[in-house]
Ligand binder design. Structure first.
Ligand code: PLP
Length: 384
């Protein structure tokens, strides 16, 4: 038996220990965490819908109508008219023939890969993909081949070298720790040429990028169908919980038959589907949320450049400051926290060794004064 205490103590000494704060207020920029107030820049609630009264009211009406529990898996009477309507609305939103709800994005990624790939197949992934995509390699049994970040040329060399068999290319649409955007058009051209599936995980693009917030594929002018598979999450830009996969008719029917993380799990509550339908309506109708978000990001980048802060190449609401040393990033995050501002330090193994950073994320629920407060605090923390 492993000495868990010794392993935990080592983690602490390495500055890698993770712990949770307890919030006792809703997901809004000004929060109460561990009993104290702070201004938070660490949520993925990009459109400011996570605490929106209309979404909450839809959840309540849904609970009045449907109750709380779905009671069973989708295939066993857990699939309600609310889930079904949401699937149709999501498919329409992203311009796909069909969409299928999953309980979480993590499960959706595992489900797609396990359904499409098996032993002997090849899974090509961007080096900086989200952990849930990487874990899909293990669960599918396919051989994992990682290509250089956002580099279709490197991917092509690896595709050329690989033996025949099923192939799937997977990429974050917006990279979760860097905020930069995948070259999806280039990836799609390669996927077509090599008869490979392309799975784009748009957890951070959906609701935020592209015309009407339809995501990073829409921004590149392409729609999920045929060999192109979109995974979107509902707990970030849309402010609720869960995920979906969008794509062609045969793909979705195959997932219903074979994605184990779909088949062997309880359907999410129908009331939650009603809440997401309300959030999707707000996302579609209130384009000002995206405009405001973009303006806040622009204000931050201008101010940060004036302060000489180590900005990264990102024009999405994910704005990391690359610090490098893990302990330095942790110290900076702690200094900001003393100033009442919450910005997490992201450390290995979530990011590569030597690439620790502060991950700042913006929401349409922030205002300009809050961005200025962040800039002031960053300026002082970096001097001190
Ligand atoms: C958050 C995230 C997921 C997981 O989605 P959940 O619904 O939170 O499980 C998958 N991929 C990426 C890129 C993410 O950022």
């Amino acid at each position: 038996m492993k000495d868990l205490r010794a392993v935990l103590d080592q983690r602490r000494r390495d500055g890698l220990y993770r712990s949770r704060r307890i919030a006792d207020s809703p997901q809004l920029p000004e929060r109460r965490l561990d009993g104290g107030g702070c201004l938070s820049f660490c949520s993925n609630d990009y459109l400011g819908l996570a605490a929106h009264p209309q979404v909450g009211a839809a959840l309540q009406r849904g609970a009045d109508h449907w109750g709380t529990g779905s009671g069973a898996a989708h295939l066993l009477a857990g699939h309600t008219a609310a889930h079904h309507a949401l699937e149709e609305e999501l498919a329409d939103f992203v311009g796909a023939p069909r969409a299928l709800l999953f309980s979480t994005g993590y499960m959706a990624n595992l489900g797609v890969m396990a359904a499409l790939l098996g032993r002997g197949d090849r899974l090509f992934q961007d080096r900086l993909n989200h952990a849930s995509l990487l874990d899909g390699a293990r669960i599918s049994g396919a051989r994992l081949i990682r290509y250089a970040h956002r580099d279709p040329g490197d991917l092509e060399r690896r595709l050329d070298e690989a033996p025949a068999g099923e192939r799937l290319i997977a990429s974050d649409g917006v990279f979760s720790m860097d905020g930069d955007v995948a070259p999806v058009a280039g990836l799609q051209a390669l996927a077509q040429r090599h008869a490979a599936w392309l799975l784009v995980d748009d957890a951070h693009g959906l609701g935020v990028l592209g015309p009407g917030g339809r995501g990073s594929l829409a921004q590149a002018g392409i729609a999920p169908a045929g060999g192109l598979v979109l995974m979107g999450t509902l707990g970030k830009g849309l402010g609720t919980f869960g995920a979906f996969v969008a794509g062609g008719e045969d793909l979705i029917e195959t997932l219903i038959q074979q994605a184990r993380s779909y088949v062997y799990t309880t359907a999410p509550p129908a009331a939650l589907a009603e809440a997401t339908r309300a959030a999707l309506r707000l996302c579609r109708e209130e384009g000002w949320r995206r405009d405001k978000l973009q303006a806040l990001v622009g204000r931050f980048r201008t101010g940060a450049a004036q302060l000489g802060l180590p900005l990264m190449e990102s024009d999405t609401p994910i704005q990391p400051l690359l610090i490098g040393d893990t302990r330095a990033a942790t110290r900076l995050s702690a200094a900001l926290e003393r100033a009442g501002i919450l910005v997490p330090a992201i450390r290995p193994p979530t990011v590569p060794e030597g690439a620790a950073r502060l991950r700042i994320s913006f929401s349409a629920a922030h205002d300009e004064a809050q961005v200025d407060r962040l800039l002031d605090a960053l300026g002082s923390a970096l001097e001190g």
